[in-house]
Design a protein around this ligand. Structure first.
Ligand code: SF4
Length: 357
């Protein structure tokens, strides 16, 4: 364990937080007095998503579903539609499962203890600790990427990510103030976001500048120590813009599990390392005519890059195709993931003439 004088660190952090805290829509009451539903909703949305992106979604959800019982009654489709564009769609499906569980099994009241919270669908150790501390001032210290970075620098932790997680948890717990864990959690989040930033830490404004080991060594950017980056593979595939004689477009729902599970989108091929030719791809349907658009869209998921081409197809008498036929002007109202919105924008931009072969 790195040696450091921890006396006063918590006090310095909380003093800084009192002066510099961010005003955010989910910080609508002092920590410990917040509505568990609102804390949970914001924390689920903030997983792997920026504060700026989350704010309009958080406000929209609260407006549509002001409490957990209202959300529990929402249809899957309504929730997926409201979530569309926020990414990591498994979160939305788990969120709805969790809302229904809390509504049915917990009388609509979120549990307060970390060990109970972590049993809820879609609530992992971080989210449980965040709800416990921020919502109820319980004895928990959530450790996210901001905390890992800041504490790694403060203590010059040599262990690589993600192996350093347990060590950072111990260091974070050691500074936890009794009865003020919510402020402490939010202070660490704000310090990591506003001051101890990944590329440009603003050490002159940091309450820990006199103690920080990384700063003293002039090596803030060397922490947290990262394992060498794995190169993301690239997958390729085709999306089908299938148009019937009424000019309606076919959308299909993806299988419930897996990437973009349960979301609507254009039908298409699997996404693999080797791209089938447009002719091979088109053969899966007996189509009257088809034309592949030049170029493709690019999209990056957590574990791979995707290059997705679009093939226009005209069909007649294919009412048996699984999916929903949508008027082109109604496409924008559908709950579509970002990659499908990109593919549709690409298709609209490069639409071939009405009489393609
Ligand atoms: Fe981060 Fe700099 Fe503060 Fe150290 S002094 S914790 S590197 S902002």
């Amino acid at each position: 364990m790195p040696q450091i004088q921890t006396k006063n660190l918590t006090k310095q952090l909380l003093t800084w937080f009192n002066a510099q805290r961010r005003e955010l829509p989910w910080r609508d009451a002092p920590c410990g007095q917040r509505d568990g539903y609102r804390v949970w909703l914001s924390e689920v949305m903030l997983q792997q998503t920026t504060v700026t992106a989350v704010i309009p979604y958080y406000l929209k959800f609260l407006d549509k579903w002001p409490d957990v019982k209202a959300l529990a009654k929402a249809t899957d489709d309504d929730v997926m539609r409201a979530w569309a564009g926020l990414g990591y769609y498994a979160r939305a499906r788990n969120m709805l499962k969790c809302a229904r569980f809390v509504s049915d099994e917990c009388q609509g009241v979120f549990p307060r203890a970390e060990e109970d919270l972590v049993k809820l669908p879609g609530v992992g150790p971080y989210t449980a600790a965040a709800i416990c501390s921020i919502g109820f001032n319980g004895p928990s210290a959530p450790v996210d990427g901001n905390v890992i970075r800041t504490l790694s620098r403060l203590y010059a932790v040599k262990a690589e990510m993600p192996k350093n997680k347990d060590q950072i948890q111990v260091l974070t717990d050691a500074l936890l103030p009794k009865g003020h864990s919510g402020d402490y959690a939010e202070a660490l989040m704000d310090l990591g976001s506003l001051v101890c930033k990944p590329k440009n830490p603003n050490c002159a404004d940091c309450p820990w500048v006199k103690t920080c080991k990384a700063f003293a060594a002039g090596k803030a950017l060397a922490y947290p120590v990262k394992a060498p980056k794995k190169v993301k593979p690239t997958r390729r595939g085709w999306a089908f813009w299938i148009e019937n004689t009424d000019g309606h477009i076919l959308l299909e729902r993806r299988p419930p599990k897996g990437l973009l599970g349960g979301m609507m989108g254009l039908p298409g091929t699997e996404w693999t390392e080797t791209l089938p030719t447009a002719e091979q791809a088109s053969q899966v349907l007996s189509v009257k005519s088809s034309q592949a658009l030049p170029d493709y869209i690019k999209h990056t998921f957590t574990h791979f890059h995707l290059e997705l081409g679009v093939i226009f197809m005209k069909v007649e008498g294919c009412e048996d195709l699984a999916g929903e036929w949508i008027r082109p002007e109604d496409l924008d109202e559908q709950a579509l993931p970002s990659v499908m919105r990109k593919a549709i924008a690409h298709a609209r931009q490069h639409r071939p003439s009405q009489h393609f072969p």
